[in-house]
Design a protein around this ligand. Sequence first.
Ligand code: URA
Ligand code: ZN
Length: 389
Amino acid sequence: MALAPVVDIHTHMYPPEYISILSSRDTIPLVRTFPSSPDPRLILLESEIPSLERALADPSAPLPGRPLTKHFTSLPAKLSFMSHHNITTSVLSLANPWLDFLPADTAGATAEQINTSFETMCSSTNTAATTNTTTPQPPKLFFFGTLPLTAPPPTILASITHLTTLPHCRGIILGTGGLATHQGLDDPSLLPIFHALAASSLPIFLHPHYGLPHSVFGTGAYGHVLPLALGFPMETTIAVARMFLAGVFDEVRGLRMVLAHAGGTLPFLAGRIESCVVHDAALVGKAGGWEGRRSVWEVLREQVYLDAVIYSEVGLKAAVEAAGGADRLMFGTDHPFFPPVGEKAGEAEEGEWESVRLNVEAVNKALGEGSEEAALVMGGNAVRVLKLY
Ligand code: URA
Ligand code: ZN
């Protein structure tokens, strides 16, 4: 019997054309070379600006951001990582902040270039994998496309149409900012985009980038811990709560979303959101308001899937409960973020990444190693939901 596939639905890359754009920039996101570092540095987050400024002023200051290793850009490095972690198939996505910062007049052409680049990576890899063996192999790569959200809506719609012509595209990756005006995902101007995605059966993989205002994290030297561990999940939670409150899910019933990091804090806070809604006199009494609206729980179980990038059994169990069953969670790694560091940095090429091991262990502990439910989360659900093979 063939082994059950392992599918990684949360795994990023920056194609070369994207790195060229970042290398030409003076404000975040950007790529900079420092004399004391063998790898260029990738500086993405608002919380990294103070350390960038210190490093630019003082060559002996700690390096800002993270090293731009080949894991971010190289297809052989991605395939080698997959092989070392027994991953059958990866659904690649451009990493944050996608095309959110591009001028309106270039965003459409850049999206077309980058989406085509992902399609070429997938098709060339899958073709090579099948021509080099006599036994049939499942395809190794698919991808989530990227939209030119700063461009005028007709350009965004044209980009969706383009994605429907790319055979390995299985949805889109989306941040929480919304259109050029950055009014978030409850902006009514986004509804035609959501309708077009639903009509094209392209699910949204919702991923954070902006976090919370940097001031809430204080001035302690705590590295990336607070923005990544807390800012990212709260951002996702707030974005989905706003879509829910605005009625986006009711308006676009065909919309499907896969939420990064097991839905941020939604599994834990959905009950509180629901309670705050039904106890809010302004909402309950509002004309055309809450009559007939579905609850947060119903929306989660009917239109939402969660990735399983949560690193603990406790969080994974909550995610399964909130999503309505183990058939709505999908394994991910967040590669190439969270590589081994310090003494273990040498293990990044050949060894097992602890960040991956924690997510695999969470699934096995929560659902039972070897169980049917664990196999669904590790790959079966992605194959079914994203129609991989
Ligand atoms: N994971 C991501 O996907 N992006 C980041 O910036 C950090 C972690
Ligand atoms: Zn990610």
